[in-house]
Design a protein around this ligand. Structure first.
Ligand SMILES: C[S@@+](CC[C@H](N)C(=O)[O-])C[C@H]1O[C@@H](n2cnc3c(N)ncnc32)[C@H](O)[C@@H]1O
Length: 249
């Protein structure tokens, strides 16, 4: 039987607890840098899928005529509405059953959400359905094949094998499940769904407390800019970004 997971952010102050109480300036900048490189410059109707409180809205507001932030959490969407007012529309629901018509969007992105999804293939099929032919999806994937995860596995500190294509579920991190994906596994899903992959970026390459201390956020952000492209072929970063296109009919 298929099991769907919704990580419920209702009542959790994601903005404050995850982004403001902890120094994640480098990670935030790394996400923004990738999005700027991958999102089309002009879109008619765009949705941020699992967009939460709209952390990244300033990256797409200027590119899209109409912006919808979609999320399961009504408290996240309420916060988004308070911040951006009538610049955005919000829609609540489940990624596995998106409240959008077939071909309604010409652009979408989904960032920092795949680690909540047990059935990525089903979510991708929904994203494909709601895009119009020629439309673009920018998808961030939580990578299981990172260097630290490899080191933990080969030294026996973790049983999760980063080299096999099976989805990793780190149940110890979240009661709902916390999924990491092998790049080959997700790329096969994208292809089976019907997407063409136009560009790949390696993102958050230096996500490490020690590196932040030694180099400082400003320098890491500069290094990140180059690394996103150069390191993309080896897919070792914790976040891999994909620019996917639904083919024209
Ligand atoms: C880590 S947050 C990321 C928010 C935003 N994309 C960002 O990068 O700041 C994950 C978001 O995914 C949403 N989410 C998780 N599972 C979902 C599902 N099945 N349907 C809709 N939203 C979901 C959560 O409510 C939460 O807002």
């Amino acid at each position: 039987m298929s099991e769907k997971v919704i990580s419920d952010y209702n009542g959790y102050d994601y903005k404050k607890e995850f982004w403001e109480d902890v120094d994640r300036e480098y990670e935030d900048q790394a996400d923004r840098m990738a999005i700027r490189k991958l999102l089309p410059k002009r879109m008619e109707k765009f949705a941020d899928i699992g967009g939460g409180y709209g952390r990244l809205a300033t990256e797409y507001l200027k590119r899209a005529h109409k912006v919808i932030i979609f999320d399961y959490s009504k408290s996240e969407l309420k916060q988004a509405q308070e911040i951006y007012g009538n610049k955005i529309e919000t829609r609540a629901g489940d990624i596995y059953k998106l409240p959008f018509k077939d071909g309604e969007l010409d652009g979408l992105m989904m960032v920092r959400v795949t680690h909540h999804l047990k059935e990525l293939d089903k979510a991708m099929a929904e994203l494909y359905r709601v895009l119009k032919p020629g439309g673009v999806a920018v998808i961030e994937v939580a990578n299981k094949r990172t260097l630290p995860k490899m080191a933990r596995y080969v030294t026996g500190r973790s049983k999760v094998n980063p080299f096999d294509k099976k989805v990793a579920n780190y149940k110890n991190i979240s009661k709902d499940g916390f999924y990491n994906y092998h790049p080959k596994y997700v790329e096969e899903i994208f292809e089976k769904t019907g997407f063409n992959c136009e560009r790949v970026l390696s993102v958050s390459n230096f996500r490490n407390k020690g590196l932040k201390k030694v180099f400082g956020t400003k320098n890491l952000v500069k290094m990140e800019d180059t690394a996103q492209k150069v390191l993309a072929p080896i897919r070792f970063a914790p976040s891999i970004y994909y620019k996917l296109r639904k083919p024209e009919k």
